[in-house]
Design a protein around this ligand. Structure first.
Ligand SMILES: Cc1ncc(COP(=O)(O)O)c(C=O)c1O
Length: 320
């Protein structure tokens, strides 16, 4: 007799999510874009958000795979808080692209994810959810990562991986698996040796405490503004971004790092192809600075970090 309900799950296809591990997210992305099933020819094109960073030491984690493969690239403008403007996105999609990249910046789930998926489907594009900053936002049960054809993760931004390397791609659309070759399968084991829920809770706690302290500062709204004022349930920040309105971001960055606070300037310089047409994004790249919120941060140090920030902000205003 056939069993209507088996005693245990035995169907290997149910909820399968094939996942490949690499030395970096960019290496995985290049492997993805290099498959004929993904991009039958480089002219088919990749559409990317216009806020993409570059540095002499690290290159561009987002753009290097596209550039290395000489794939046709287009860019769509974002709102000043880095959320998607659907009208601007659709206008670019109309030009025809095979792959659309959506970045959940700093781990904040893009609130228009569903609409972005619908647009991708309408214009026949594959959707890459770039979760380089959003591992915990996606993997702890959030909405991020639920609609992409693939989900891209940068593990060295989330875990103390060996040699600060690690990337991962989850293929929700398995028909895109072709000749991909992972390069760091041992990282699967590495990341399972950490308590993801505890790390996510620590990052949310740290970001919440820093946000509360920032809101109390008299300079808030005058000299700087919060780029991410409310951290929604389910979101786990990679870092906490603010925008300097009056003062010099680079000065604040260097002064605070000299004080011993590991401030991050994630996308301080944008890649060359977007510098001409996206003035608002360029201005943002020069004014955004990110507070660390990671799991090693002991919240006992937050008040002194905020004092260091205030001091650096004032000094940079005097210089400006
Ligand atoms: C949004 C985003 N996607 C992808 C990457 C690439 O990550 P990785 O350094 O692991 O190649 C980065 C970082 O460079 C990033 O910020």
């Amino acid at each position: 007799m056939t069993q209507t309900i088996t005693k245990t799950a035995t169907d290997p296809a149910t909820q399968r999510l094939p996942t490949l591990f690499y030395r970096s997210a960019r290496e995985g992305m290049q492997d993805f874009l290099n498959q004929p099933s993904v991009l039958p020819d480089p002219a088919a094109g990749v559409l990317l958000p216009a806020f993409i960073g570059w540095s002499p030491r690290e290159g561009s984690g987002v753009f290097d795979p596209v550039r290395n493969l000489a794939v046709r690239a287009g860019f769509y403008d974002l709102n000043p808080d880095l959320t998607v403007d659907l009208a601007k996105l659709e206008a670019e999609l109309q030009k025809g692209y095979r792959v659309l990249v959506l970045i959940h910046y700093y781990g904040r789930t893009e609130s228009k994810l569903r609409e972005v998926r619908e647009l991708a489907d309408r214009y026949g594009a594959l959707l890459v959810e770039d979760l380089a900053h959003g591992f915990y936002s996606a993997l702890l049960g959030g909405v991020a990562g639920s609609l992409g054809d693939i989900n891209l993760y940068s593990l060295h931004k989330m875990f103390p991986t060996p040699d600060a390397q690690g990337g991962m791609i989850a293929y929700r659309n398995q028909s895109l698996l072709d000749g991909q070759q992972e390069t760091a399968p041992e990282l699967a084991r590495f990341i399972l040796n950490y308590d993801w829920a505890a790390i996510g809770a620590a990052r949310r706690r740290n970001a919440g405490q820093i946000l509360d302290a920032l809101r109390e500062l008299p300079e808030c709204g005058q000299d700087f503004e919060l780029l991410w004022p409310e951290i929604a349930a389910g979101d786990v920040p990679q870092t906490l971004p603010i925008r300097i309105l009056r003062g010099n971001r680079d000065h604040i960055y260097h002064a605070m790092n000299e004080d011993g606070y590991g401030m991050v300037s994630l996308y301080h310089t944008l890649i060359e192809p977007v510098r001409g047409d996206f003035a608002e994004m360029v201005a943002l790249s020069k004014s955004v600075i990110n507070f660390p919120v990671h799991q090693d941060l002991d919240p006992v140090h937050i008040p002194d970090m905020l004092a260091s920030f205030q001091k650096a902000l004032h000094a940079s205003k005097e210089q400006a």
